[in-house]
Ligand binder design. Structure first.
Ligand code: CO
Length: 209
């Protein structure tokens, strides 16, 4: 049997199991989606948004890329945020990094990854801009873990700085941006407690009216 046949069989069984639980499950979802959450996470296969949050199809809008970056010139990510905030009116945007991230590890190396170098440079910039947070007594693993956390905090800020989030807050829309870290070693999420739900803690220069 081919691999694709295996996958299609898995899918048939999965859909049948859901219908056994709730015969109207797909009919109901087909009418609309109204997720409360936008997840911005890493593409890493070990960090699947729905499963680790215990959420069903329809519950979370998802954007994933290497090392969960939010780059203002990334039309893909900006479009996802815009749609999630303006149309779906999600109440929470959750930026989630994860320890043992291949993207973070690669960014801390000097070797070229060719096409990916420009993407990884965003992470190098975060390290270099926060050099004073790192010291010689830290192990390589500690440095990587800390950079992983700093990266999430920077991406949370990048979400807050977008025109669309600024405008949503300006209109009084309920919207909180969060930063989490996932451990692929134990399956647990940790809250970095960098929550923003208004423009008060955002530098004036980013305010868009
Ligand atoms: Co990763």
């Amino acid at each position: 049997m081919s691999l694709l046949e295996d996958l299609l069989e898995n899918n048939e069984q999965w859909a049948a199991d859901l219908l056994k639980e709730d015969p109207s499950f797909f009919a109901h979802l087909a009418e609309q989606q109204s997720p409360e959450y936008l997840w911005i996470g890493c593409s890493d296969s070990r960090v699947p948004a729905n499963q680790l949050l215990g959420l069903m199809p329809g519950d979370v809008f998802v954007h994933r890329n290497i090392a969960n970056l939010v780059i203002h010139t990334d039309l893909n990510c900006m479009s996802v945020i815009k749609y999630a905030v303006d149309v779906l009116k999600v109440k929470h945007i959750i930026v989630t990094g994860h320890y043992d991230c291949g993207g973070i590890n690669a960014a801390m190396q000097k070797q070229s990854f060719e096409l990916i170098d420009g993407w990884l440079r965003n992470i190098k910039d975060i390290y270099v801009n926060h050099l004073d947070h790192f010291n010689e007594s830290m192990t390589e693993k500690e440095k990587l873990d800390y950079l992983t956390e700093l990266n999430v905090i920077e991406q949370v800020k990048n979400v807050c700085h977008t025109t669309c989030v600024q405008q949503a807050w300006g209109k009084g829309q309920e919207l909180t941006i969060h930063g989490l870290i996932y451990s692929v070693k134990n399956g647990r999420l940790k809250d970095l407690k960098v929550n923003f739900n208004n423009i008060d803690n955002i530098n004036d220069l980013y305010h868009i009216s």
